[in-house]
Design a protein around this ligand. Structure first.
Ligand SMILES: NC(=O)c1ccc[n+]([C@@H]2O[C@H](COP(=O)([O-])OP(=O)(O)OC[C@H]3O[C@@H](n4cnc5c(N)ncnc54)[C@H](OP(=O)(O)O)[C@@H]3O)[C@@H](O)[C@H]2O)c1
Ligand SMILES: *[C@@H]1O[C@H](CO)[C@@H](O)[C@H](O)[C@H]1NC(C)=O
Length: 318
Protein backbone atom coordinates (compact mmCIF):
# COMPACT_ATOMS: atom_id res chain seq x y z
CA UNK A 1 0.00 0.00 0.00
CA UNK A 2 2.77 2.43 0.93
CA UNK A 3 4.46 1.71 -2.37
CA UNK A 4 1.16 2.28 -4.21
CA UNK A 5 0.77 5.70 -2.56
CA UNK A 6 4.38 6.57 -3.31
CA UNK A 7 3.87 5.68 -6.97
CA UNK A 8 0.86 8.01 -7.15
CA UNK A 9 2.70 10.75 -5.38
CA UNK A 10 5.55 10.51 -7.90
CA UNK A 11 3.11 10.53 -10.84
CA UNK A 12 1.28 13.58 -9.47
CA UNK A 13 4.54 15.48 -9.06
CA UNK A 14 5.58 14.57 -12.60
CA UNK A 15 2.19 15.80 -13.89
CA UNK A 16 2.60 19.07 -12.02
CA UNK A 17 6.11 19.49 -13.46
CA UNK A 18 4.79 18.87 -17.00
CA UNK A 19 2.02 21.46 -16.50
CA UNK A 20 4.43 24.07 -15.15
CA UNK A 21 7.38 23.43 -17.46
CA UNK A 22 5.66 22.40 -20.68
CA UNK A 23 1.94 23.20 -20.81
CA UNK A 24 2.05 26.73 -19.35
CA UNK A 25 4.95 28.02 -21.52
CA UNK A 26 3.40 26.52 -24.66
CA UNK A 27 -0.14 27.71 -23.95
CA UNK A 28 0.77 31.33 -23.11
CA UNK A 29 1.37 32.42 -26.73
CA UNK A 30 -1.80 30.60 -27.85
CA UNK A 31 -3.85 32.27 -25.10
CA UNK A 32 -2.39 35.68 -25.94
CA UNK A 33 -3.25 35.19 -29.61
CA UNK A 34 -6.83 34.15 -28.78
CA UNK A 35 -7.17 37.07 -26.35
CA UNK A 36 -5.88 39.63 -28.87
CA UNK A 37 -7.35 38.42 -32.16
CA UNK A 38 -10.12 35.84 -31.62
CA UNK A 39 -11.98 36.95 -28.46
CA UNK A 40 -12.65 40.54 -29.59
CA UNK A 41 -14.48 39.17 -32.64
CA UNK A 42 -16.63 36.79 -30.60
CA UNK A 43 -19.71 38.68 -29.39
CA UNK A 44 -22.85 36.69 -28.78
CA UNK A 45 -25.89 38.30 -30.42
CA UNK A 46 -28.40 38.69 -27.60
CA UNK A 47 -31.44 39.67 -29.68
CA UNK A 48 -34.34 37.39 -28.76
CA UNK A 49 -32.23 35.42 -26.28
CA UNK A 50 -33.97 34.53 -23.00
CA UNK A 51 -32.12 35.66 -19.88
CA UNK A 52 -33.18 34.79 -16.33
CA UNK A 53 -31.66 37.12 -13.72
CA UNK A 54 -31.98 36.37 -10.01
CA UNK A 55 -31.70 39.35 -7.68
CA UNK A 56 -33.02 41.64 -10.43
CA UNK A 57 -34.94 43.95 -8.06
CA UNK A 58 -31.92 46.13 -7.18
CA UNK A 59 -28.19 46.72 -7.56
CA UNK A 60 -26.12 44.67 -9.99
CA UNK A 61 -29.00 42.42 -11.11
CA UNK A 62 -31.16 45.45 -11.93
CA UNK A 63 -28.40 47.15 -13.94
CA UNK A 64 -27.56 43.91 -15.80
CA UNK A 65 -31.25 43.64 -16.74
CA UNK A 66 -31.07 47.14 -18.29
CA UNK A 67 -27.96 46.28 -20.26
CA UNK A 68 -29.36 42.97 -21.53
CA UNK A 69 -32.54 44.87 -22.48
CA UNK A 70 -30.55 47.38 -24.56
CA UNK A 71 -29.11 44.44 -26.50
CA UNK A 72 -32.63 43.19 -27.28
CA UNK A 73 -32.80 40.21 -24.91
CA UNK A 74 -36.05 38.87 -23.40
CA UNK A 75 -35.94 38.84 -19.61
CA UNK A 76 -37.22 36.80 -16.71
CA UNK A 77 -36.73 38.85 -13.54
CA UNK A 78 -36.53 36.96 -10.23
CA UNK A 79 -36.33 38.27 -6.62
CA UNK A 80 -38.63 38.45 -3.61
CA UNK A 81 -39.82 42.07 -3.88
CA UNK A 82 -42.58 41.91 -6.47
CA UNK A 83 -43.29 45.64 -6.83
CA UNK A 84 -39.61 46.47 -7.16
CA UNK A 85 -39.35 43.83 -9.92
CA UNK A 86 -42.33 45.33 -11.71
CA UNK A 87 -40.61 48.73 -11.68
CA UNK A 88 -37.46 47.20 -13.16
CA UNK A 89 -39.55 45.29 -15.73
CA UNK A 90 -41.20 48.50 -16.96
CA UNK A 91 -37.79 50.18 -17.30
CA UNK A 92 -36.34 47.22 -19.24
CA UNK A 93 -39.26 47.35 -21.69
CA UNK A 94 -38.51 51.05 -22.28
CA UNK A 95 -34.90 50.15 -22.97
CA UNK A 96 -35.81 47.63 -25.66
CA UNK A 97 -36.54 44.23 -24.09
CA UNK A 98 -39.15 42.63 -26.38
CA UNK A 99 -40.77 40.49 -23.66
CA UNK A 100 -40.32 40.58 -19.87
CA UNK A 101 -41.61 38.18 -17.24
CA UNK A 102 -41.67 38.95 -13.51
CA UNK A 103 -41.33 35.93 -11.23
CA UNK A 104 -41.37 36.75 -7.49
CA UNK A 105 -39.47 33.95 -5.73
CA UNK A 106 -37.10 33.26 -2.84
CA UNK A 107 -34.13 31.47 -4.39
CA UNK A 108 -33.02 30.05 -1.04
CA UNK A 109 -36.05 27.75 -1.37
CA UNK A 110 -35.32 25.01 -3.97
CA UNK A 111 -39.02 24.65 -4.85
CA UNK A 112 -39.37 28.36 -5.61
CA UNK A 113 -36.17 28.28 -7.70
CA UNK A 114 -37.52 25.34 -9.68
CA UNK A 115 -40.80 27.19 -10.25
CA UNK A 116 -38.94 30.30 -11.47
CA UNK A 117 -37.08 28.29 -14.11
CA UNK A 118 -40.16 26.29 -15.11
CA UNK A 119 -42.33 29.41 -15.48
CA UNK A 120 -39.63 31.03 -17.60
CA UNK A 121 -39.31 28.05 -19.94
CA UNK A 122 -43.11 27.66 -20.13
CA UNK A 123 -43.46 31.34 -21.09
CA UNK A 124 -40.58 31.73 -23.56
CA UNK A 125 -40.08 28.13 -24.66
CA UNK A 126 -36.33 28.29 -23.90
CA UNK A 127 -33.68 29.64 -21.56
CA UNK A 128 -30.33 30.91 -22.89
CA UNK A 129 -28.62 32.66 -19.98
CA UNK A 130 -29.04 32.13 -16.25
CA UNK A 131 -27.55 34.98 -14.21
CA UNK A 132 -27.31 33.63 -10.65
CA UNK A 133 -26.78 36.98 -8.95
CA UNK A 134 -29.11 37.04 -5.91
CA UNK A 135 -27.18 37.30 -2.68
CA UNK A 136 -26.97 38.88 0.74
CA UNK A 137 -24.18 40.48 2.76
CA UNK A 138 -23.22 40.11 6.39
CA UNK A 139 -20.73 42.36 8.18
CA UNK A 140 -20.94 40.71 11.62
CA UNK A 141 -18.07 38.90 13.33
CA UNK A 142 -18.83 35.20 13.68
CA UNK A 143 -18.69 35.21 17.48
CA UNK A 144 -21.17 38.09 17.66
CA UNK A 145 -23.89 36.22 15.78
CA UNK A 146 -26.89 35.50 18.00
CA UNK A 147 -29.01 33.53 15.52
CA UNK A 148 -26.88 31.07 13.55
CA UNK A 149 -29.86 29.61 11.66
CA UNK A 150 -30.23 32.80 9.67
CA UNK A 151 -26.61 32.47 8.48
CA UNK A 152 -26.95 29.03 6.92
CA UNK A 153 -28.32 30.91 3.89
CA UNK A 154 -24.96 32.67 3.47
CA UNK A 155 -23.26 29.26 3.02
CA UNK A 156 -24.61 28.91 -0.43
CA UNK A 157 -23.22 32.20 -1.49
CA UNK A 158 -19.70 33.53 -1.93
CA UNK A 159 -16.78 31.12 -2.22
CA UNK A 160 -19.08 28.07 -2.25
CA UNK A 161 -20.64 29.39 -5.47
CA UNK A 162 -17.28 29.55 -7.21
CA UNK A 163 -16.46 25.92 -6.43
CA UNK A 164 -20.01 24.85 -7.29
CA UNK A 165 -19.87 26.43 -10.76
CA UNK A 166 -16.38 25.11 -11.42
CA UNK A 167 -17.64 21.60 -10.70
CA UNK A 168 -20.68 22.20 -12.88
CA UNK A 169 -18.41 23.38 -15.70
CA UNK A 170 -16.50 20.09 -15.64
CA UNK A 171 -19.79 18.16 -15.59
CA UNK A 172 -21.33 20.10 -18.48
CA UNK A 173 -18.30 20.17 -20.78
CA UNK A 174 -18.57 22.65 -23.64
CA UNK A 175 -22.35 22.26 -23.98
CA UNK A 176 -23.13 25.08 -21.52
CA UNK A 177 -20.76 28.00 -20.94
CA UNK A 178 -20.10 29.11 -17.37
CA UNK A 179 -18.73 32.60 -16.64
CA UNK A 180 -17.84 33.28 -13.01
CA UNK A 181 -17.84 36.98 -12.09
CA UNK A 182 -16.03 38.17 -8.98
CA UNK A 183 -16.41 41.86 -8.32
CA UNK A 184 -14.88 44.44 -6.06
CA UNK A 185 -17.13 46.90 -4.22
CA UNK A 186 -19.88 48.22 -6.48
CA UNK A 187 -22.70 50.63 -5.66
CA UNK A 188 -25.89 48.71 -4.80
CA UNK A 189 -28.20 48.28 -1.82
CA UNK A 190 -25.53 46.03 -0.33
CA UNK A 191 -22.87 48.74 -0.35
CA UNK A 192 -25.46 51.22 0.93
CA UNK A 193 -25.13 49.13 4.09
CA UNK A 194 -27.98 46.63 3.77
CA UNK A 195 -26.84 43.41 5.44
CA UNK A 196 -27.91 40.50 7.60
CA UNK A 197 -27.34 41.63 11.20
CA UNK A 198 -26.07 39.46 14.06
CA UNK A 199 -29.65 38.51 15.03
CA UNK A 200 -30.40 37.37 11.48
CA UNK A 201 -32.58 40.36 10.59
CA UNK A 202 -31.82 42.44 7.50
CA UNK A 203 -31.11 46.12 8.26
CA UNK A 204 -29.11 49.06 6.93
CA UNK A 205 -26.01 49.94 8.94
CA UNK A 206 -23.97 52.64 7.22
CA UNK A 207 -21.31 52.78 9.93
CA UNK A 208 -20.54 49.07 9.66
CA UNK A 209 -20.50 49.52 5.88
CA UNK A 210 -17.93 52.32 6.18
CA UNK A 211 -15.64 50.05 8.24
CA UNK A 212 -16.01 47.19 5.77
CA UNK A 213 -15.33 49.24 2.64
CA UNK A 214 -12.86 51.64 4.24
CA UNK A 215 -10.57 53.23 1.66
CA UNK A 216 -11.28 50.64 -1.06
CA UNK A 217 -12.79 52.05 -4.25
CA UNK A 218 -16.52 51.59 -4.88
CA UNK A 219 -17.26 51.37 -8.59
CA UNK A 220 -20.29 52.60 -10.54
CA UNK A 221 -22.64 49.71 -11.17
CA UNK A 222 -23.00 50.61 -14.87
CA UNK A 223 -19.25 50.21 -15.37
CA UNK A 224 -19.19 46.76 -13.79
CA UNK A 225 -22.20 45.56 -15.78
CA UNK A 226 -20.82 46.90 -19.06
CA UNK A 227 -17.56 45.03 -18.52
CA UNK A 228 -19.37 41.91 -17.29
CA UNK A 229 -21.78 41.73 -20.23
CA UNK A 230 -18.97 42.09 -22.77
CA UNK A 231 -17.09 39.28 -21.13
CA UNK A 232 -20.18 37.06 -20.81
CA UNK A 233 -20.86 37.56 -24.54
CA UNK A 234 -17.27 36.59 -25.27
CA UNK A 235 -17.67 33.41 -23.24
CA UNK A 236 -14.73 33.85 -20.84
CA UNK A 237 -14.57 31.50 -17.83
CA UNK A 238 -13.66 34.11 -15.23
CA UNK A 239 -14.15 37.84 -14.83
CA UNK A 240 -12.55 39.73 -11.98
CA UNK A 241 -13.56 43.37 -12.05
CA UNK A 242 -11.94 45.78 -11.41
CA UNK A 243 -8.79 43.93 -12.37
CA UNK A 244 -6.86 45.27 -9.36
CA UNK A 245 -8.45 42.41 -7.40
CA UNK A 246 -6.62 39.85 -9.56
CA UNK A 247 -3.73 40.41 -7.16
CA UNK A 248 -5.71 38.93 -4.24
CA UNK A 249 -5.88 35.28 -5.43
CA UNK A 250 -2.19 35.57 -6.29
CA UNK A 251 -1.33 36.67 -2.76
CA UNK A 252 -3.75 34.08 -1.31
CA UNK A 253 -1.90 31.39 -3.24
CA UNK A 254 1.66 32.46 -2.50
CA UNK A 255 1.34 34.02 0.96
CA UNK A 256 -2.08 33.35 2.51
CA UNK A 257 -0.91 34.65 5.90
CA UNK A 258 -0.62 38.18 4.48
CA UNK A 259 -4.35 38.35 3.70
CA UNK A 260 -5.24 37.04 7.14
CA UNK A 261 -2.99 39.61 8.86
CA UNK A 262 -4.37 42.37 6.69
CA UNK A 263 -8.00 41.51 7.46
CA UNK A 264 -7.25 41.21 11.15
CA UNK A 265 -5.40 44.53 11.21
CA UNK A 266 -8.09 46.38 9.26
CA UNK A 267 -11.29 45.18 10.89
CA UNK A 268 -10.63 44.20 14.50
CA UNK A 269 -11.16 46.99 16.99
CA UNK A 270 -8.97 47.29 20.07
CA UNK A 271 -10.78 48.36 23.24
CA UNK A 272 -11.76 51.98 22.90
CA UNK A 273 -10.26 52.59 19.44
CA UNK A 274 -12.17 52.18 16.19
CA UNK A 275 -10.84 49.61 13.67
CA UNK A 276 -7.90 50.70 11.48
CA UNK A 277 -10.12 50.64 8.40
CA UNK A 278 -12.39 53.30 9.95
CA UNK A 279 -9.44 55.42 11.08
CA UNK A 280 -7.90 55.28 7.58
CA UNK A 281 -11.21 56.31 6.03
CA UNK A 282 -11.54 59.26 8.42
CA UNK A 283 -7.90 60.35 8.10
CA UNK A 284 -7.84 60.29 4.28
CA UNK A 285 -11.38 61.56 3.69
CA UNK A 286 -11.67 58.82 1.05
CA UNK A 287 -15.41 58.74 1.54
CA UNK A 288 -15.72 61.62 -0.91
CA UNK A 289 -14.76 59.12 -3.64
CA UNK A 290 -17.76 56.88 -2.87
CA UNK A 291 -20.39 57.16 -5.63
CA UNK A 292 -23.04 59.81 -4.81
CA UNK A 293 -25.73 57.14 -4.29
CA UNK A 294 -23.80 55.85 -1.26
CA UNK A 295 -23.18 59.24 0.29
CA UNK A 296 -26.82 60.31 0.29
CA UNK A 297 -28.84 58.33 2.82
CA UNK A 298 -30.02 54.83 1.97
CA UNK A 299 -32.98 54.72 -0.37
CA UNK A 300 -33.47 50.97 -0.09
CA UNK A 301 -36.49 49.78 -2.07
CA UNK A 302 -39.30 48.50 0.11
CA UNK A 303 -41.84 46.21 -1.47
CA UNK A 304 -44.82 48.33 -0.76
CA UNK A 305 -47.06 50.06 -3.24
CA UNK A 306 -47.70 53.79 -2.81
CA UNK A 307 -51.09 53.00 -1.21
CA UNK A 308 -49.59 50.58 1.32
CA UNK A 309 -46.94 53.14 2.23
CA UNK A 310 -49.64 55.76 2.84
CA UNK A 311 -51.55 53.28 5.02
CA UNK A 312 -48.37 52.57 7.01
CA UNK A 313 -47.66 56.27 7.41
CA UNK A 314 -51.23 56.84 8.55
CA UNK A 315 -50.92 53.96 11.02
CA UNK A 316 -47.61 55.23 12.42
CA UNK A 317 -49.07 58.70 12.84
CA UNK A 318 -51.87 57.36 15.05
N1 LIG B 1 -22.10 45.32 -4.37
C1 LIG B 1 -20.92 44.79 -4.21
O1 LIG B 1 -19.97 45.47 -3.84
C2 LIG B 1 -20.69 43.33 -4.52
C3 LIG B 1 -19.39 42.87 -4.63
C4 LIG B 1 -19.16 41.53 -4.93
C5 LIG B 1 -20.24 40.68 -5.11
N2 LIG B 1 -21.50 41.15 -4.99
C6 LIG B 1 -22.61 40.20 -5.21
O2 LIG B 1 -23.51 40.74 -6.17
C7 LIG B 1 -24.79 40.16 -5.99
C8 LIG B 1 -25.86 41.25 -6.09
O3 LIG B 1 -25.77 42.11 -4.96
P1 LIG B 1 -25.90 43.68 -5.05
O4 LIG B 1 -24.59 44.25 -4.68
O5 LIG B 1 -26.52 44.09 -6.33
O6 LIG B 1 -26.86 43.97 -3.78
P2 LIG B 1 -28.41 44.29 -3.67
O7 LIG B 1 -28.72 45.60 -4.30
O8 LIG B 1 -28.73 44.10 -2.23
O9 LIG B 1 -29.11 43.14 -4.52
C9 LIG B 1 -29.31 41.83 -4.05
C10 LIG B 1 -30.42 41.20 -4.88
O10 LIG B 1 -30.59 39.84 -4.49
C11 LIG B 1 -31.97 39.61 -4.21
N3 LIG B 1 -32.08 38.56 -3.23
C12 LIG B 1 -31.47 38.46 -2.02
N4 LIG B 1 -31.84 37.34 -1.39
C13 LIG B 1 -32.71 36.71 -2.21
C14 LIG B 1 -33.45 35.51 -2.11
N5 LIG B 1 -33.37 34.73 -1.04
N6 LIG B 1 -34.27 35.16 -3.14
C15 LIG B 1 -34.37 35.96 -4.22
N7 LIG B 1 -33.68 37.09 -4.39
C16 LIG B 1 -32.88 37.47 -3.38
C17 LIG B 1 -32.50 40.95 -3.74
O11 LIG B 1 -33.88 41.08 -4.01
P3 LIG B 1 -35.08 40.85 -2.97
O12 LIG B 1 -34.64 41.43 -1.65
O13 LIG B 1 -36.20 41.59 -3.62
O14 LIG B 1 -35.30 39.37 -2.92
C18 LIG B 1 -31.76 41.91 -4.68
O15 LIG B 1 -32.40 41.98 -5.92
C19 LIG B 1 -24.75 39.43 -4.64
O16 LIG B 1 -24.66 38.05 -4.87
C20 LIG B 1 -23.47 39.96 -4.01
O17 LIG B 1 -22.89 39.04 -3.12
C21 LIG B 1 -21.75 42.46 -4.72
C1 LIG C 1 -33.45 32.74 13.56
O1 LIG C 1 -33.45 32.82 12.14
C2 LIG C 1 -34.34 31.91 11.52
C3 LIG C 1 -34.10 31.97 10.01
O2 LIG C 1 -34.05 33.29 9.52
C4 LIG C 1 -35.77 32.25 11.90
O3 LIG C 1 -36.67 31.34 11.30
C5 LIG C 1 -35.90 32.19 13.44
O4 LIG C 1 -37.20 32.62 13.82
C6 LIG C 1 -34.86 33.06 14.11
N1 LIG C 1 -34.87 32.83 15.55
C7 LIG C 1 -34.98 33.82 16.44
C8 LIG C 1 -34.94 33.41 17.87
O5 LIG C 1 -35.10 34.99 16.11
Amino acid sequence: MDLYLLLHSVLMHISAAIVILVYIPLSIPVKLFVWAFVKPLRKEDLRGKVVLITGASSGIGEELAYQYAKKGACLSLVARRKHALEGVAAATRERGAPDVLVVPADVSDPEQSRRAVEETVAHFGKLNHLVANAGAWSISFFDEITNITAFTKMMATKAAQVRFYETLRSELGSEVGVTILTAGFVESEMTKGKAIQRDGEVAVDEEARDVQIGVFPVARVEKLCEAALNIIRRGDWYVTWPSLYLTLPLIACLAPEVLTWQSYALYNAKKGTPPLSQRMLDATGAKRFYPPSLRSHPGIKTDKTGDQREEDDAASNV
